[in-house]
Design a binder for this molecule. Structure first.
Ligand code: APR
Length: 228
């Protein structure tokens, strides 16, 4: 039986594909305060701005390509049962060939009703506009988990983490909960590899190894290590 490898990924794994991380040096996300474009309050204040912002993110993701970090994780499916828990809303893991991806913070290429969160639609085009509605006539919004909203897939993600034989953390500042706490669900003896050019804060845990380099070289390096 294959060993289970659980990888928690964040914006950093898509950085080398040209998609901006959230907490850049200026503290802004593509020129916006995160709370203006990724919170229910921001949506209530200015839905047109929020829709336009995500329309731009969708176009950028569509134009981007998976990098060596995404590809190395996909290739590990040959030797491991790989489960990716991503905070990213892009689809670069899937496009690299990964088959099990839990999108903790939702998906850029899905729209959902503002009235009923169960009404979710795959997107055919790249834009959601004011006036685009669900089948019951309510405005559509991006199917993304914003700040202050519940994370419906957290329980599933925690179950996966708790059964990991190997855990990887790639390109996340570990500042946003509950996702940041997932590593603590990994069994006590489970080795943890943290791949990030800037070491994120991780309070005491045994068997942690920091690989302080970009995902495009760090993930293949850890993959080679695991295959030995
Ligand atoms: N390779 C690996 N890691 C990188 C790279 C790279 N090439 N470039 C940057 N990083 C690292 C940064 O050092 C940082 O630790 O990626 C991390 C990005 O952190 P954040 O911008 O905070 O992104 P993330 O942790 O994914 O944010 C979590 O916050 O805004 C919310 O919901 C949003 O899912 C997001 C969540």
């Amino acid at each position: 039986m294959k060993k289970k490898l659980v990888a928690l990924t964040g914006a950093g794994i898509s950085a080398e594909s040209g998609l901006a991380t959230f907490r850049g040096s200026d503290g802004l996300w593509e020129g916006h305060r995160v709370e203006d474009v990724a919170s229910p309050e921001g949506w209530a204040r200015n839905p047109a701005l929020v829709l336009d912002f995500y329309n731009q993110r969708r176009a950028a993701a569509r134009a981007a390509h998976p990098n060596a970090g995404h590809r190395a994780l996909a290739a590990l499916e040959k030797e491991f049962e790989v489960v990716i828990i991503t905070q990213n809303v892009d689809d670069l893991h899937e496009r690299a060939g990964s088959s099990r991806v839990i999108h903790l913070h939702g998906k850029l290429f899905e729209a959902r009703s503002t009235h009923d969160e169960k009404l979710v639609y795959p997107m055919t085009g790249d834009t959601i506009n004011l006036g685009d509605t669900c089948e019951k006539g309510h405005q559509l919004r991006p199917n993304i988990v914003w700040f202050g909203e519940q994370v419906p897939l957290m329980e599933l993600a925690a179950e996966q983490a708790a059964t990991a034989d190997v855990f990887m953390v790639i390109g996340t500042s570990l500042q946003v909960y509950p996702a940041a706490g997932l590593v603590h669900f990994a069994p006590p003896g489970c080795p943890v590899y943290i791949i990030d050019p800037n070491q994120p804060p991780l309070s005491a845990r045994p068997n942690v190894q920091f690989i302080t380099e970009p995902a495009s070289t760090g993930v293949p390096r850890v993959a080679a290590l695991l295959r030995r």
